[in-house]
Ligand binder design. Structure first.
Ligand code: UD1
Ligand code: CA
Length: 493
């Protein structure tokens, strides 16, 4: 579609949203990892408008602050004390420079509306040369919505009547005003000048613009959407959850159509900004959150939560909780693994079962296979860290870093007391406490000797089950000695 870009999109976000019963402004509640308002802004941005404007009032600082942080190109317009959607748009229009062209109006609390529908609205509006085009839908329960009144002869939209102002006959109409419109900017400016607050709610209704535009000879038409969910707003937390699950369903469908296998969509959550490569397979119980990116041919899950995490092609991540981590191509993580911010795992590396890592750079092909904590550390390529090794990074006051070189081998159950360096190709024995640097190629073992005290259990724990077991073992050993000597053979053990 070759559709001209609108002069502006005005996103209304000044309302109080009292039915949310929340200290957080309604439009800042998140859905699939992004606020309701940013969903609306993203859809608006998709039409490439010359200006993008948000009208704010309730909790102005929080809402404007959120936009400054996440969508700094959006122009903030402040609504004054005059209530109503008409006044909101009038305040937004003060920021619009253009004196001709199309202005779109959308709501900050309608999260499923997409750029394609808005583009279609502009195309239909400009194609027909209309003064106003309203997006409408037919719904099973139109209670609360403005109803579309049509001219009996032309079928064009004659007016919109609000539910509270409607009579019985009008309330029976099931075609509703979505609140999303395309306006000729000049018509909109003029008509808003004539809108009053004489109605059931004492507000300036934007909907009054339609009848005014028509009275001055402009054509008022509609675009009827078949997909009523697209224009549904959030008023309370029940609707928030309903639209959230619908958005989730749509996002998952898009990924599946693009070549991602999602074994169980019912238990899979993928935020709006997540990207997933072709032929990746997602097992049940996976949540991909925030700015997570997943490569191609990745094996994910079951039961993993990855937030702001990058997983490269061909990696495998099983039963893992990861935040701000990077997992290299072909690498393997899990099960029961906790990757904290700053974990970077190289190509074909491994962080295995029951490991926790933080601010740890683990090189290509390096492995931390079992039961370890790696905090504030660098591990070189090809190095193996023995089971249950702990990088003790915290001395009670400060955190320190340790470094293990390339192709080194750290034995099982080492405690690496930071800050230390273990050189390239070095080896440490099982159970070593690493208190000082180990030069490249050296062996480090602690100087401890093991002592055997024979008969200790029978002297100190006489009559216990342990004592009985020890005695039985000794008696058994005696018997087998006897039998072997009877056979005249040497028994090996
Ligand atoms: C409005 C429409 C109604 C339509 C419905 C669709 C009017 C008069 N009525 O009704 O025909 O069916 O939306 O959901 O327009 N807002 C402001 N400033 C205000 C008042 C509202 O910015 O002073 C914003 C709200 O934040 C919200 C949107 O406008 O995003 C709609 O406001 P709301 O009060 O929900 O309108 P409704 O009465 O539901
Ligand atoms: Ca509403």
């Amino acid at each position: 579609m070759n559709v001209p870009a609108p002069a502006a999109v005005i996103v209304l976000a000044a309302g109080a949203g009292t039915r949310m019963r929340s200290r957080i402004p309604k439009v800042l509640h998140p859905l699939c990892g992004r606020s309701l308002l940013l969903h609306a802004i993203e859809a608006a941005r998709g039409t490439s408008p010359a200006q993008l404007i948000a009208v704010v009032r309730h909790e102005r600082e929080k809402v404007a602050g959120h936009l400054a942080e996440h969508a700094p190109d959006v122009v903030i317009a402040d609504q004054d004390a005059v209530p109503g959607t008409g006044r909101a748009v009038q305040c937004g229009l003060e920021q619009v420079g253009a004196s001709s062209g199309t202005v779109l109006v959308t709501y900050g609390d309608v999260p499923l509306l997409d750029a394609a529908t808005l583009t279609e609205l502009v195309a239909s509006h400009e194609g027909a040369g209309s003064a106003v085009t309203v997006l409408t839908a037919r719904v099973a329960d139109p209670t609360g919505y403005g109803r579309i009144l049509r001219d009996a002869q032309s079928g064009e939209v004659a007016a919109i009547v609000e539910h509270k102002d409607a009579d019985e006959e009008q309330r029976a109409i099931d075609e509703i005003n979505s609140g999303i419109y395309a306006f000729d900017v000049d018509v909109l400016r003029r008509a808003l000048g004539q809108v009053t607050t004489v109605n059931a709610q004492g507000e300036m209704y934007l909907t009054d613009v339609l009848a005014i535009a028509r009275a001055e000879g402009g054509a008022v038409r509609s675009l009827v959407t078949e997909d009523a969910m697209l224009v549904e707003g959030v008023n309370d937390r029940v609707q928030l959850a309903q639209l959230g699950s619908e958005m989730r369903r749509r996002l998952l469908e898009r990924h599946m159509r693009a070549g991602v296998t999602i074994v169980d969509p019912a238990t899979t959550w993928v935020d709006a900004e997540v990207s997933i490569g072709q032929d990746t397979v997602i097992q049940p119980g996976v949540q991909l959150l925030g700015a997570t990116t997943i490569g191609e041919d990745v094996r994910l899950g079951p039961d993993s939560t990855l937030e702001d995490t990058e997983v490269d092609d061909g990696a495998s991540v099983v039963r893992t909780h990861a935040l701000l981590a990077e997992i290299g191509p072909g690498a393997s993580v899990g099960p029961f693994t906790y990757l904290r911010p700053g974990t970077v795992l190289g190509a074909d590396g491994k962080i295995g079962g029951f490991c926790e890592t933080k601010n740890a750079q683990i090189g290509d092909g390096a492995k931390v296979p079992h039961l370890s904590y790696v905090g504030d550390a660098e591990i070189g390529e090809g190095t193996n860290i023995g089971a249950a090794t702990i990088f003790a990074n915290y001395d009670g006051v400060d955190k320190h870093r340790s470094r293990v070189g390339r192709h080194a081998k750290v034995g099982a159950d080492n405690v690496i007391i930071a800050p230390v360096e273990i050189g390239d190709g070095a080896v440490t024995g099982g159970g070593t406490t690493i208190l000082q640097d180990v030069p490249p190629g050296a062996l480090a073992v602690n100087d401890t000797t093991m002592k055997i005290v024979e008969g200790w259990t029978s002297r100190r724990r006489p009559g216990t089950v342990a004592d009985e077991a020890a005695r039985a073992a000794q008696a058994g050993a005696g018997e087998s000695e006897t039998s072997s000597s009877e056979d005249g053979k040497e028994q090996e053990n």
